[in-house]
Write a protein that binds this ligand. Structure first.
Ligand code: NAI
Ligand code: 15L
Length: 273
């Protein structure tokens, strides 16, 4: 019989100064994790956080040394030039995986995105939910970098035995701010529940999961996330009446509404730096 997996205690959180990082800094210690923080920007109120770029292999090796697992959030989180996405997200994620391999870290939770499959048509009345096996259909260079990250994770599992849960996050914000987000919203509490499941489930190899709450208007299947032990508690529906009154229903004839990636398909927000 295989011994149960030891629960990870010390977790490196990259991208700790960002939106999701800030939410998780508040919530994950409640699950018993000791967080080590890293970001290219200083993390407010956290003088011990490592300030380093994902390009800095020496800093990454030091940062991952001795941790039980990594939650990898750092990177460009919207569209940018190919060169910037290449450096921060593609090369940066490769550098982090190399550091993890060299230091013997066993598991990474990788923040993938709905934009890895953003050109997938939105299911309409009676269509099945989008399965986690749906082919990569990135909607931007940003989405392409997330497709790459998922493939990198598969490579490091197959070749090096480094486990990853790739979480295709929908929209993780304190509240949904648009009608599209009613389908994709991942509440902060459910995000912490999902990351905890991804850190503690046994034998994940490389598992891809969809990251959303139990939304009434869900577009994609949460089966592989639930199989890890994720039990979402939130539903965006309580925000629906107000958002629909303000913005109206999504229009299937509008190219910015017809695909999973929404406005990233037609007019993506651009990284400001
Ligand atoms: P964010 O943009 O608020 O945070 C990203 C953080 O990464 C920033 O603090 C930034 O300083 C840091 N960073 C950027 N380049 C870096 C580099 N080269 N080296 C070190 N740090 C660097 O993004 P957010 O919303 O917190 O998202 C976190 C992760 O989750 C990102 O990877 C994003 O792509 C992914 N994601 C987020 C979603 C959401 O709804 N918030 C949806 C899908 C995916
Ligand atoms: C993402 O991947 C972005 O990082 C985030 O800022 C949101 O735009 C989210 O997707 C979304 O699609 O709502």
């Amino acid at each position: 019989m295989t011994a149960p997996r030891t629960e990870p205690r010390t977790v490196l959180l990259t991208g700790a100064a960002g939106g999701v990082g800030t939410l998780m800094r508040g919530l994950l210690p409640g699950y018993g994790y000791r967080l080590r923080l890293l970001d290219v920007r200083p993390v407010e109120g956290e003088p011990d956080a490592v300030t380093a770029d994902l390009a800095d292999r020496t800093a990454l090796r030091e940062a991952v040394r001795g941790v039980d697992a990594i939650i990898h959030l750092a990177g460009i989180s919207v569209e940018s030039t190919f060169e910037k996405v290449l450096s921060a997200n593609i090369e940066g994620t490769y550098h982090l995986y190399e550091a993890a391999r060299e230091e013997g870290v066993g598991r990474i939770v990788f923040a993938s995105s709905n934009h890895a499959v953003g050109c997938t048509p939105v299911p309409r009345g009676g269509d099945p939910l989008i399965p986690v096996t749906t082919p990569h259909r990135p909607d931007t260079f940003y989405g392409l970098s997330k497709s790459f990250g998922e493939d990198l994770a598969q490579l490091y599992w197959d070749k090096h035995g480094l486990e990853t849960v790739s979480v295709r996050i929908g929209s993780c914000f304190p509240e949904p701010t648009g009608v599209r987000m009613l389908s994709l919203w991942l509440s902060p509490g459910d995000c912490a529940r999902l990351f905890h499941a991804a850190l503690t489930a046994e034998h994940v190899g490389h598992t891809v999961v969809h990251g959303s709450s139990a939304n009434t208007r869900l577009w994609w299947d949460l089966g592989s996330a639930r199989a890890l032990g994720y039990e979402p508690r939130d539903d965006s529906e309580r925000y629906a009446a107000a958002l629909l009154a303000e913005q109206g229903e999504l229009d299937p004839e509008n190219p910015a509404h017809a695909r999973l990636g929404g406005h990233f398909v037609t007019d993506p927000p651009i990284w400001p730096y």
